[in-house]
Design a protein around this ligand. Structure first.
Ligand code: ACO
Length: 332
């Protein structure tokens, strides 16, 4: 069964509630109709009710039966302001600033997830990555034992036997700009978990570099080898190796030549890039040149699921990311 079909089935079984703060955005409205019709999740739209209804009418999106929450009219607004003030007062936030912040739909929806009124959040069709995930970093924060929120993509490469029959997890391609060795180690551990939960894969993690087993000497390579040491100490059962070049990681013949003793060379299905430059460029090249489907990015390491859309997303992308968010919510 293909990845997306299996994911949709898991989402239907999970029966979760996902809040969409970009309530009057046209693609979001179309997606909300499909998600509701296909029972992938219960949707809550956040925004000004009259604006949302007007936009839905214009888009011919049937949102009947979908709950709409308007921050300023909500019975929860005051409680959300108080909670935000308590969470952020040490950072200099005043009660007035908290009240202003809670008018923002993304902050309000994030607080709904924090308070358990929704199981997850999907946004980013009109907001930047920073504006989508900053509220989550401030309010929801990381899972116990994790310091760093990161992201991953599921890459579905057509006509490809590498990875898990063309399926890979790529990380971090969207959040951490220049992770330290210990942040890189957390990215790898979280990505392996994503591979298990979303893709039913046995993760084989390659810590990518321009060097394989010290073939080049540089501080950038040292960061990767240091990360591998940290992973081996904190997750000894995880199949991981690096520093390793991308070809040695995914092509069996190259892996055999460059690092025959490696347990993952030539078979890696989770590719961890050393920084955001390489990760972001890498996933976009595979998407465009290999015509791969890039599903994501998914945030990982966060205490409750929040996911960011690309501003170029399609209705179908929103539907899929909502399904994934619902599935992630089952592993909380
Ligand atoms: N994990 C956990 N907490 C974090 C993380 C992280 N990775 N990053 C920031 N935080 C926390 C900070 O500790 C801080 O908490 P505090 O206020 O309680 O002390 C809070 O979040 C805000 O931190 P800032 O450093 O002010 O973070 P900022 O809001 O400037 O940026 C962001 C965070 C948005 C994730 C930043 O790292 C960023 O811009 N990353 C790149 C995003 C991007 O442009 N990606 C490429 C496009 S996406 C695509 O192509 C699919």
């Amino acid at each position: 069964m293909d990845f997306l079909r299996s994911l949709h089935q898991k989402a239907i079984a999970a029966s979760k509630t996902i809040v969409l703060p970009e309530g009057n955005e046209p693609r979001t409205l179309k997606a909300a109709e499909i998600i509701t019709r296909e029972k992938l999740a219960k949707v809550i739209l956040v925004g000004i009710e009259t604006d949302i209804k007007k936009a839905a009418e214009k888009e011919k999106a049937d949102i009947s039966g979908i709950q709409i929450v308007e921050p300023l009219k909500s019975e929860f607004y005051k409680d959300f302001c108080d909670t935000f003030f308590e969470l952020r007062k040490a950072k200099g936030v005043t009660p007035e600033q908290a009240a202003e912040t809670m008018k923002n739909e993304v902050y309000f929806a994030t607080m709904m997830v924090h308070k358990g009124l929704a199981d997850g959040l999907v946004s980013g069709a009109i907001h930047s990555t920073g504006d989508t995930i900053r509220p989550a970093l401030q309010i929801i924060k990381t899972k116990p034992g994790i310091k760093s929120v990161s992201s991953s993509f599921v890459m579905l490469v057509p006509d490809c036997k590498m990875g898990s029959n063309g399926m890979f997890v790529f990380a971090d391609c969207a959040v951490n700009i220049d992770p330290t060795a210990s942040e890189l180690a957390e990215i790898a551990i979280s990505s392996a978990e994503t591979a298990k939960v979303l893709c039913d894969m046995e993760p084989k993690v390659a810590m990518l570099s321009f060097s394989t087993y010290g073939s080049a000497k540089h501080q950038y390579v040292d960061k990767v080898t240091e990360a591998v040491k940290i992973i081996k100490a904190s997750a000894p059962d995880l199949k991981v190796d690096g520093d390793i070049q991308a070809d040695a990681a995914i092509v069996a013949s190259v892996g055999k030549t460059k690092c025959p003793e490696s347990k993952i060379a030539g078979e890696a299905n989770v590719l961890v890039f050393p920084d955001l430059q390489s990760g972001n460029i890498g996933y976009k090249l595979v998407q465009r040149l290999a015509k791969a489907e890039a599903v994501g990015p998914f945030l990982q390491g966060i205490a409750k699921p929040v996911n960011d859309l690309s501003r170029g997303c399609s209705v179908e992308d929103i539907v899929n990311v909502v399904a994934i968010t619902a599935v992630q919510a089952t592993s909380e």
